[in-house]
Design a protein around this ligand. Structure first.
Ligand SMILES: [Fe+2]
Ligand SMILES: [Fe+2]
Length: 190
């Protein structure tokens, strides 16, 4: 897994545990956006050869989306509006223009989102055990899949251009650390 340059802020966990219904709605949108991101990556020439691998990720993310929707239904939580994440918006804003550069940056942003999701789902799987066993089990069941998505995106970027990917990863890890330090009072995963 990645060597993050900033830990998850201390106020993240209490904020999330304090409003699980809102976090579940945010999570549903996160999985929906993960599915569309996988499909959007298919537009890059450098990724035409990866179209089936990207479809497989999109299908998995849609399945995750459906699982969260099932949980919402079971708990009587209405599906609602998406709230934009300043952290994700910030990452995506740094994607450079130029076909190859854009593909590498977009893959790295997706990898970071998947990597942080993997990390945060693991935290929730542990912390929710004594609070909400069903949810703890659910988050635990997603950890491996999001970790694989992180690794797949990073490998795809490295296959396009190893040196460029390493240089950009160095940039992105610093930038991500800066973004995650920005206060965000909203109950959301990222
Ligand atoms: Fe997912
Ligand atoms: Fe994922």
């Amino acid at each position: 897994m990645l060597l993050w340059r900033e830990k998850i802020p201390d106020d993240w966990l209490p904020k999330v545990l304090g409003n699980l219904p809102a976090v579940l709605v945010d999570h549903a949108h996160l999985e929906r956006k993960a599915a569309t991101s996988a499909l959007n990556l298919e537009k890059y020439r450098d990724l035409y050869g990866q179209v089936e691998a990207l479809n497989a990720i999109a299908i998995e993310e849609l399945q995750h989306f459906q699982l969260v929707l099932n949980l919402l239904k079971k708990r009587g939580i209405p599906f609602g509006q998406p709230v934009p994440s300043p952290w994700i918006t910030g990452l995506m804003r740094s994607v450079r223009n130029g076909t190859r550069q854009q593909a590498i940056d977009h893959l790295l942003c997706c990898a970071l989102v998947e990597g942080r999701s993997c990390e945060k789902f693991q935290v929730l799987a542990n912390e929710l055990k004594s609070i909400d066993a069903e949810l703890a089990q659910f988050y635990g069941s997603l950890v491996e899949s999001e970790g694989n998505h992180y690794a797949t995106y990073l490998i795809m970027a490295r296959e396009i251009d190893l040196a460029e990917t390493e240089a950009r990863l160095d940039f992105y890890l610093d930038y991500e650390a800066e973004l995650i330090r920005q206060p965000n009072p909203l109950p959301m995963l990222h």
